[in-house]
Design a protein around this ligand. Structure first.
Ligand code: NAI
Length: 409
């Protein structure tokens, strides 16, 4: 990889999918003005064409950065996912090319928790079906099947950032909160942790999923789990589509085992707004279907725009990789009058001593050095006393296992 120019105007940013313009504000106020901003996602071929000369790319959930795209991205330095999830990026392939991936893990958690609370109230009152009926000219004025949320039991599966915020909001409404998590979590308020998912399913009037998309959560809600839930209870999923067997959910709604549901995420979601959404759940009036917008509020987008753009600036200015999702995390404070070198290499023995050997041979004093490794790569940030020499840089690039080496300033 060629040396990064110190002229910030030459560092090219490609921001896709209409990421919040706060990102442009942060970049430009830090001197990064070479920004190509698009409102849409790009398909694979268009992205390959566009990404060739780009140093930083910002995406949301619809742009797929796979190995083929990465191969074309010769100059790419970092990827920013202006969202929570990062499974639209091949993280291992990016790491192997020495490209850190950043995201904004918690900027929209409040938005999801608020929506789930609202859906809980609407579903307990049977509002989705009543709303659909009245839209069609019908009228069904009855208290039958309508309940207050107060005094009902909310079962939260996954008591992390979103689950725990929901717990607090639900208690404020007078709900009883129980939760199940893979690890022991300190309860907030009067919430109670249960030992198994089945116990939770058997006790809750409303079950809401807030787990990550990992092997242990794939189809964690299937026919058996829906059968374990209380008859007429409510199911909400604003976590990830892969966590629920949608056909089993449709069957549980058909048989009236469930009284209603609210689903924001699906195993297969349309790639663009003009693509038809196909799902066996479309036919149920008592199901709220939303197009993966649980975290989509202007407040959350604004926070995400700031958070990811700031991570880009920190990485570009200082080499800091704090909170990168696929990369060793290093952050070294800037030292006045020093020169900073970055070196990314395969995590094999002997690289650090080879690097230090080059500095010793050339009589360069290292003022600061920070190395972090993971199972595959090592990331080294070094500050040296004197102007780097191209000879040293070339020697660093030739060390066995080097992915790239460059001078930051
Ligand atoms: P988090 O990482 O803070 O919390 C997840 C919790 O799930 C952790 O406490 C973890 O221990 C627990 N967990 C992991 N595996 C489990 C298992 N097998 N069984 C039970 N618990 C398990 O995540 P956060 O930020 O609360 O997000 C939760 C979910 O919401 C994620 O899937 C995320 O992708 C999704 N999300 C969806 C949005 C939307 O627009 N619908 C927006 C934001 C997040």
């Amino acid at each position: 990889m060629s040396q990064l120019s110190l002229d910030k105007s030459k560092i090219r940013f490609l921001l896709l999918e209409g990421v919040h313009k706060n990102a442009i504000g942060v970049l430009s106020s830090n001197g990064y003005t070479n920004i190509d901003y698009l409102h849409t996602a790009l398909d694979e071929d268009a992205l390959i064409e566009k990404i060739r000369n780009v140093h930083f790319v910002g995406i949301r959930s619809r742009t797929k950065i796979n190995e083929r795209v990465l191969q074309a991205a010769d100059k790419l330095i970092a990827i920013g996912c202006f969202c929570i999830g990062t499974n639209q990026v091949n993280l291992r392939a990016a790491m192997a090319k020495g490209i850190p991936v950043f995201n904004a893990p918690h900027s929209n958690t409040r938005s999801v928790a608020e929506l789930v609370l609202a859906e809980t109230i609407l579903l307990l009152r049977g509002i989705p079906e009543k709303n659909a009926l009245v839209h069609r000219g019908g009228w069904s004025k009855s208290a039958e099947g309508s309940f207050e949320a107060r005094g009902k039991t909310l079962g939260i599966v996954g008591y992390g950032n979103i689950g725990s915020q929901l717990s607090v909001l639900a208690e404020a409404l007078g709900m009883h909160v129980i939760y199940y998590d893979a690890i022991t979590k300190l309860p907030l308020g009067n919430a109670r942790q249960l030992g198994t998912l089945d116990e939770l399913l058997a006790q809750a009037d409303v079950v809401s999923l807030h787990v990550p998309e990992i092997a242990s959560t794939e189809n964690m809600m299937g026919a058996k789990q829906f059968a374990t839930m209380k008859s007429g209870s409510i199911f909400i999923n604003a976590a990830r589509g892969s966590c629920v067997d949608i056909d089993a959910l449709a069957a549980a709604l058909e048989s009236k085992q469930l009284g209603g549901a609210s689903i924001d995420v699906f195993p297969k979601e349309p790639k663009a707004n003009d693509e038809e959404f196909l799902s066996p759940l479309r036919r149920f009036d008592n199901v709220i279907l939303t197009p993966h917008i649980g975290g989509s509020t202007l407040e959350a987008q604004a926070n995400i725009g700031l958070e990811v753009a700031e991570k880009f600036v920190r990485y570009s200015d200082t080499g800091a990789t704090l909170s990168a999702v696929n990369f060793p995390e290093v952050a070294v404070p800037l030292l006045a009058g020093k020169h900073r070198l970055l070196h990314i290499h395969k995590n094999i023995p002997g690289v650090l001593s080879a690097i230090n050997g080059i500095f010793a041979e050339n009589g360069f004093n290292i003022s600061a050095q920070s190395l972090m490794t993971n199972d595959a790569v090592g990331y080294l940030v070094m500050d040296v006393d004197v102007d780097y020499s191209t000879v040293v840089l070339h020697k660093l690039q030739e060390i066995d296992g080097t992915i790239w080496a460059r001078v930051l300033y």
